[in-house]
Design a protein around this ligand. Structure first.
Ligand SMILES: Nc1ncnc2c1ncn2[C@@H]1O[C@H](COP(=O)(O)OP(=O)(O)OP(=O)(O)O)[C@@H](O)[C@H]1O
Ligand SMILES: [Mg+2]
Length: 250
């Protein structure tokens, strides 16, 4: 019975949420890359000076994996970075309020997709007048000594830090979200085919009714997912009441 309800929910969400033509700016040519860099390259200022100083002094390269991950993590630690998660997500006491995200080895446009997916999500927010979903500000930081090409190895993503509860608490808080917020999240998932809508990526803010999507990366191995599959994943994190409320409204 529950299983049936769930399937019906995913189906109705997939067919009834209106989709506008949101452009996702994946770069294909050098001109495309330049246009993204023109808009999102971290501007000169204190933040960039600090990163330049740390990256050049400590010779921080970005190649994780292939046996180099431990050494690279150590280098970042020596430079004063603290890892928030895994080997890629860091912060530094000299840059309060910012998170520095790094790429994964052997990817081209997974990590840097954080930038154009965030842009696409902001476009959905604007087009649909959504008021309960925030997307943190993000910039690209060119890693000194690497080529200019806009690929994962050559850029860090600098993201505004969001004050939010830890993963486990957030999971519970997501299950308390009001219907309107859930509806807005579904609208975003649907319009940009957001394939990683998990509680660690969609964080409930202090008011309990607004969320920030802090991880806007398109996951490489889930690229074949369609809208229904993405929504199906999101809905698994919700309470039965929330599932029913969404299903009823469609
Ligand atoms: N903007 C932010 N503000 C606050 N905390 C953040 C922010 N971005 C990331 N974090 C913290 O870092 C964690 C991992 O970040 P993120 O979700 O962007 O990386 P990820 O792509 O999931 O990493 P991995 O692929 O290694 O699992 C988050 O779950 C959160 O705890
Ligand atoms: Mg994440």
């Amino acid at each position: 019975m529950l299983h049936k309800l769930f399937r019906l929910l995913v189906f109705t969400l997939a067919i009834t949420t209106p989709v506008l033509a949101i452009e996702i700016r994946t770069p294909e040519t050098q001109e495309d890359e330049q246009a993204i860099l023109d808009q999102y390259l971290l501007p000169d200022g204190e933040l960039k000076d600090t990163l330049d100083e740390l990256f050049t002094t400590y010779k921080l390269a970005q190649s994780f994996g292939n046996g180099t991950s431990v050494r690279t993590k150590d280098a970042f630690r020596k430079a004063g970075f603290k890892f928030l998660k895994g080997t890629r997500i860091t912060e530094h006491p000299l840059m309060p309020g910012w998170v520095v995200k790094l790429g994964r080895a052997n990817r081209v446009h997974q990590h840097v997709s954080r930038i154009w997916m965030a842009e696409a999500m902001r476009a959905v927010i604007q087009e649909h007048d959504l008021t309960h979903v925030k997307i943190p500000e993000k910039f690209l930081y060119h890693i000194p000594g690497t080529p200019q090409k806009l690929v994962d190895d050559n850029y860090a993503v600098i993201s505004e830090k969001v004050e939010c509860s830890n993963d486990r608490n957030n999971r519970a808080r997501l299950r308390q979200l009001p219907f309107q917020t859930l509806n807005e999240i579904v609208t975003i998932i649907k319009n940009v085919v957001y394939n990683d809508p998990s509680p660690s990526n969609i964080r409930v803010l202090g008011d309990g009714a607004t969320v920030a999507i802090i991880d806007t990366e398109i996951i490489h191995w889930k690229r074949g997912w369609d809208v229904a599959r993405c929504i199906k994943q999101f809905v698994t994190y919700l309470s039965l009441e929330q599932k029913v409320a969404i299903a009823k409204s469609r």
